[in-house]
Design a protein around this ligand. Structure first.
Ligand code: DNO
Length: 397
């Protein structure tokens, strides 16, 4: 595996020099300062690449993966602006290929990207983790956002629990919950107010799961040929959490969804980001089996383990240490190593880029400003543990 690290650009509190010391050689980043729907010019890409790669006298980093090129709501909704926005997306892919960046992560989650309710969930060892609490989320949906139609999506018992939860929130905690859900996480392209948020949700009123799949297919049919020509591997990130939220459909949550996506456009460039944290939040996703079956369509690995708090597909979960939690990352790394071996036999010698996804806030992280999930030391621990697993499996430790 190629060891990579997500970097949010020059404003990231974890600097490129820190990343060099963490043992990563690949950088995963995006031009976060360019709004969704705007072109990433050749010049802007080249400039960022230079910043990452030109560091004389120091060990080298390369810009390995883009995470993410944003897909606009117009594309996901399929409205009158989608062709304009797809043309921009195509141009971004073309320009990234020109700059020799060959892996592009993106996602097709309506409105919200990844979502958590608690960004500082205390762990017994004193570190803090990210958590998705289904009851807190329902409390937000039913009693803070007060989304029309929300009630039908929760059972009586869930509504009652959510009500109890909402009743004990003071103003500040209610505000915090709202902030965490709709504006708290790095990488999403928008900060919505509650009202704006509801307005965007409303635009999805007529978009059900089948329609969202059609819109994804339309997008892929236009984008994958451009990616083929540019030599870029497209890697869709799964839904996080992997289930519909707020009445919005989600279509990249399960193994069947992944196969469905690959069948939409048959091309090696039409591939996946295999995120063990996102897929692993569902008990019915068999992670190692998925790696075996999805095989060389996996262009990028996000390795982390969530602890599921119940066996329910809609259950709560928190992010465990990388070698703990519900996913068995030793088996996952084993499957990834086997996949690379298989690929080498077919003449594909490039290792699969992997990043330690998320990490606890721990040690010095606890006293610093960090991007939620993207602390330096928590991820350093994760990367070190995963490298150790790989080295042991390969017998070169
Ligand atoms: C979640 C996050 C991200 C995010 C992607 C989607 O799991 O850390 O990986 O969802 O950037 O494109």
């Amino acid at each position: 595996m190629e060891y990579t690290w997500r970097w949010y650009g020059p404003a990231d509190p974890v600097a490129l020099d820190d990343i060099r010391q963490a043992g990563a050689t690949g950088i995963v980043t995006a031009l976060h300062d360019i709004a969704a729907g705007q072109v990433w010019t050749n010049e802007a890409i080249a400039e960022r690449k230079k910043l990452i790669e030109d560091a004389p006298q120091r060990s080298t980093l390369r810009w390995s993966v883009v995470e993410s090129v944003p897909v606009t709501e117009a594309i996901k909704i399929g409205n009158e602006n989608r062709d304009r926005d797809i043309a921009v997306f195509q141009e971004c892919i073309h320009n990234l290929g020109t700059n020799n960046i060959q892996t592009v992560c993106y996602n097709f989650m309506p409105v919200l990207d990844w979502t958590r309710t608690d960004l500082d969930y205390h762990q017994p060892d004193g570190s803090t983790a990210l958590r998705f609490d289904q009851t807190a989320f329902a409390a937000f949906d039913l009693y803070i956002l007060q989304r029309p139609g929300a009630k039908q999506e929760y059972s009586e018992a869930e509504q009652q629990q959510a009500k109890q939860y909402a009743d004990q929130l003071d103003e500040q905690r209610a505000q915090q919950l709202q902030q965490n859900i709709i504006a708290g996480l790095p990488g999403s392209d928008k900060d919505y107010s509650l009202q704006e948020f509801q307005e965007v949700l409303d635009q999805y009123q007529s978009i059900d799961e089948a329609q969202l799949r059609k819109n994804l297919q339309y997008f892929l049919e236009k984008v994958i040929p451009v990616a083929e020509e540019a030599g870029v591997n497209m890697a869709i990130h799964p839904d996080d959490p992997p289930r519909p939220l707020l009445g919005l459909p989600r279509v990249v949550s399960t193994e069947a969804d992944a196969h469905n996506l690959l069948a939409m456009v048959d091309s090696p460039n039409n591939g996946l980001t295999f995120c063990t944290g996102s897929y692993g939040a569902r008990p019915d996703n068999d992670l190692t089996g998925m790696i075996e079956r999805l095989g060389n369509h996996i262009h990028f690995l996000h390795l982390r383990s969530v602890q599921r708090e119940s066996n329910d597909v809609n259950g709560s979960f928190y992010e465990a240490n990388h070698l703990e939690g519900s996913a068995n990352l030793v088996n996952v790394v084993k499957a990834a190593v086997a996949l690379e071996k298989e690929q080498r036999a077919k003449g594909i010698s490039d290792p699969i880029p992997m990043r330690p996804d998320h990490g606890h806030k721990m040690l010095d992280d606890l006293h610093k400003k960090t991007n939620p999930g993207y602390s330096a030391i928590g991820r350093l621990r994760g990367l070190a543990e995963l490298r150790g697993v790989e080295a042991t499996l390969k017998g070169n430790s």
